[in-house]
Ligand binder design. Structure first.
Ligand code: GLN
Length: 492
């Protein structure tokens, strides 16, 4: 018999509605998996009582015929979303002990839709990283391992707690945030799906800010349908976020279709980067065949400024981070270091020195440097110009095609420690995800196959602004053909 924790969002929702199990049974089953998986370090805080309270409410609601879209479904919440009364840290010491008096818009929407919270998921500190090795609360360990090798692997980052928890069946879905790839790359590393919607679809209100012009929330789940369901319950206009789009939320789930007849899929030649493993190239070819099989026409396109995207991103994102993180000063939130006899400046310095991790400090220093009077034009202004050119590349490509297909990342999951000493090697892992973020476009990763070592690989679909439906549908076409059923063997 299928265990409840093997089910995804749609199956839990539908099984609960059909009376196959109670919401309380679902919550208990996932709470038990969370409690037994401490070795993965996927959660910073576990909230079994929250999941149980939501489940008991869902059971009462069902008895009264008052079902909500996510009644009976417990989820994980990335610890970048402010949750009222539950510690919210962004995986940083500087926010340790911070308990918000308010709820982020996205999490409030999910609770309003009937979902329950299993806990706050670990992440790279302030969402800065690609491997989940920058968390103050320790590395997240991927449930995946290379066969015959117990070396711990990275679950991707920054939403590595989310990806590990879903892949290990600790939750059927989770929230993620994506500034330069933090939903898509961890999804690819762990064999799950994740979509970053168009910038502005989901409210940023109550999400700890990293780089405000790039940050976007989105769902991570086992499959495309579950992502569509989650996104419908996360997206929507919010007057509290000035960049929130005042648009109705489409019925993405109802309109899912893997039939791509009449669609043109662009293959950007600049994404064939040197040194990429041949098997990722081969999987990309396979993806092209799958989309053709689904009825799509394939066209070759060019995104000529792709090679400048990483450099531009690693100027723009740290610049925004350096101003966003100025608020952590020991006065208002979390940690305060007040050495004996210290003045205000000493308190700022001591608090920030003790509170921020090394990667966060590196970004603040890069950001402050590129924004400084003498270098602003040489770096920041130049990066903004490049960003415009990258967005224009996509506009031109979308005159020839409806969607783009690329690999999600240039490698499968790497071992913990393998890249952490070399920030540039780590940044290179974002090469395929960052351009979409700079352009604000919707993009998703779906699991498509395994590499020679038995580790998951993802394919990325990129769409025009607001065409989440096109992205989800192409994702579904791949999912239907890839038949990806591989799971991490349980060792924890
Ligand atoms: N890995 C990228 C970075 O470190 C992206 C992170 C993210 O999307 N939050 O900035």
């Amino acid at each position: 018999m299928t265990h409840i924790t093997d089910l995804g969002v749609a199956a839990i929702r539908d099984g609960f509605r059909a009376g196959h199990f109670s919401a309380r049974e679902v919550a208990d089953a996932f709470n038990a998996n969370v409690a037994a998986a401490g070795a993965l370090n996927a959660f910073i805080v576990e909230t079994p009582d929250h999941a149980i309270a939501a489940a008991e409410q869902a059971d009462r609601d069902r008895a009264e015929g008052n079902l909500k879209p996510l009644s009976g479904v417990p989820i994980g919440m990335k610890d970048l979303f402010a949750t009222k009364g539950v510690q919210t840290t962004a995986a940083s010491h500087i926010l340790e002990g911070f308990t918000p008096q308010y709820e982020s818009t996205v999490s409030a929407k999910l609770w309003g839709a009937g979902a329950g919270m299993l806990g706050k998921l670990n992440l790279d500190q302030f969402a800065m990283g690609s491997s989940n090795e920058t968390s103050y609360f320790g590395n997240v360990i991927s449930p995946w391992r290379r066969p015959g090798d117990s070396a711990p692997l990275a679950p991707g980052g920054s939403s590595g707690g989310s990806s590990a928890a879903i892949a290990a069946r600790l939750c059927p879905a989770a929230t993620g945030t994506d500034t330069g790839g933090s939903i898509r790359q961890p999804a690819a590393f762990t064999g799950i799906s994740g979509i970053k919607p168009t910038y502005g679809r989901c409210s940023r209100w109550g999400i700890v800010a990293f780089a405000s012009s790039l940050d976007q929330a989105g769902p991570m789940a086992n499959d495309v349908r579950d992502c569509a369901i989650m996104l419908e319950n996360m997206a929507g206009f919010d007057p509290k976020d000035s960049t929130s789009l005042d648009l109705a939320v489409p019925n993405w789930e109802a309109l899912l279709s893997g039939d791509l007849t009449g669609k043109k899929i662009g293959i950007p030649k600049e994404y064939r980067v040197d040194g990429m493993p041949a098997e990722i190239d081969a999987l990309w070819e396979q993806g092209i065949q799958w989309l053709k099989d689904a009825g799509a026409e394939i066209v070759n396109v060019s995104l000529p400024h792709t090679k400048y995207a990483l450099a531009a991103y690693y100027i723009v994102a740290p610049a925004e981070a350096s101003s966003n993180l100025a608020r952590y000063d020991g006065v208002r939130y979390g940690l305060r270091e007040l050495p004996d006899g210290a003045g205000l400046q000493d308190m700022y310095a001591a608090t920030r020195a003790a509170g921020f991790g090394a990667e966060v400090k590196r970004r603040i220093m890069i950001g402050t440097y590129v924004l400084s009077a003498g270098f602003y034009d040489a770096y920041y202004t130049q990066a903004q110009k490049v960003r415009t050119l990258i967005a224009r590349d996509f506009d031109l490509a979308f005159q020839q095609c409806d969607l783009l297909l690329t690999p999600t990342a240039p490698s499968a999951a790497f071992a913990l420690g393998e890249k952490s000493a070399d920030p540039l090697a780590m940044y290179l892992n974002d090469v395929f995800t960052v351009p979409t973020s700079l352009a604000g476009l919707p993009a998703m990763s779906v699991p498509a196959g395994l590499d020679a070592q038995g580790l998951p690989l993802g394919l990325q679909i990129i769409g025009r602004a607001l065409d989440e439906q096109g992205v989800l549908n192409a994702g579904l076409a791949i999912e239907e053909r890839a038949g990806f059923t591989a799971r991490a063997g349980k060792w924890w």
